[in-house]
Design a protein around this ligand. Structure first.
Ligand code: GLY
Length: 336
């Protein structure tokens, strides 16, 4: 088992990563006095019941997941459930699911009774390699992604890579895209590991989190350096909104990264990695409409936008550009 710690002056998250960790969850968790499990209803009942038992949960709330469920309605349903049952500020929320469940659970934990403790057991590669760590929580408004949110860190994250073995390829691709992102912005050796014939998922997840943790520690509230973690994401979020979820997050992130890499020496190499992991990055769009969607990006500050760029594999940086310059990254508006 690998243990990583994310530590800032105001919080600390203990991240444990290990094959079969979920089977040993009860011995890792200690005693929780009052806890509720929020679980993805599509997960096997045996897994949900096992985690509920290990975390001594008195209630299990099962919800549908996906971007379409990250709504104020879902949020209201959960907090109403908790308050109807008189759950106190001492309650721990245990989240079991992928990134969208984590976004909802984190927002509930950030706001119920002005903030309660939460523990996250991610079940998708994307959530394991990125979303479960760093405290970003979010709800969508209409189809606009992550318009409402708060920063609220999980106290413990338990990552068991065996849980992803039954995931559909689309889900694995989403996680791989985030691992590639981490390697591109911060770790050339991790990138080489991704290219290995049979890389260990545990090592890739730990590698991606080792890139992410110091960035979040330096900028927990996403004011500057953390924007590096958004490599490819400004475009990805716009593409997700444009296609209303028809393309996976991973595909959109991969496509967004390739747009940012256009004309750079590693562009073809990056394309080859996505092809190897069966990530189809060919997502059509009308550039004018996509640019209009980019104007909703949270990294926009008036007439400028903070974007993440990669100079060479493993070396990323954040740059503030005039907003209109972003057009040069879209097909149809040439760089020259
Ligand atoms: N997923 C990017 C971040 O946590 O900032």
């Amino acid at each position: 088992m690998k243990t990583l710690i994310l530590k800032t002056p105001s919080f600390e998250t203990l991240i444990r990563i290990g094959e079969g960790l979920v089977d040993r969850l009860d011995s890792q968790l200690g005693t929780l006095h009052e806890s509720v499990l929020l679980a993805d209803k599509a997960l096997p009942s045996s897994l949900i019941e096992h985690v509920a038992m290990a975390a001594s949960c008195t209630d299990v709330v099962r919800i549908g997941v996906g971007e379409s469920e990250k709504t104020l309605r879902t949020y209201e349903r959960i907090v109403t459930y908790l308050s109807d049952r008189r759950y106190s500020p001492a309650t721990t929320l245990v989240a079991l699911g992928g990134g969208s469940l984590g976004d909802i659970a984190g927002f509930v934990a950030a706001t119920y009774a002005r903030g309660i403790k939460y523990i996250y057991v991610p079940t998708t590669l994307l959530a394991m390699a990125d979303a479960s760590v760093g405290g970003k929580t979010a709800l969508n408004v209409r189809h606009r992604k992550n318009i409402i949110g708060a920063f609220h860190q999980a106290e413990d994250v338990f990552i068991d890579p065996t849980l992803v073995k039954t995931l559909p390829p689309r889900e694995i691709a989403s996680g791989m895209a985030e691992i590639v992102k981490a390697a591109l912005i911060g770790d050339a050796r991790l990138y080489a590991g991704i290219r290995d014939d049979n890389p260990s998922l545990e090592a890739l997840i730990a590698g991606a989190l080792r890139v992410k943790i110091p960035i979040v520690e330096a900028d927990p509230f996403d004011r500057g350096r953390r924007r590096l973690l958004n490599y490819g994401h400004t475009l990805a979020h716009a593409l997700e909104t444009y296609h209303e979820g028809r393309y996976s997050h991973g595909q959109c992130v991969a496509s967004g990264m390739l747009h940012m890499a256009r004309g750079l020496p590693f562009e073809h190499e990056l394309s080859a990695v996505f092809a190897r992991y069966d990530i189809d990055t060919d997502i059509p769009y009308d550039p004018e409409t996509l640019f209009e969607l980019v104007t909703h990006d949270k990294k926009r500050r008036g007439d400028t936008l903070d974007i993440a760029l990669v100079e060479t594999i493993g070396k990323g940086f954040v740059k503030t550009i005039p907003f209109h310059e972003f057009k040069t990254f879209l097909k149809g508006w040439d760089k020259t």
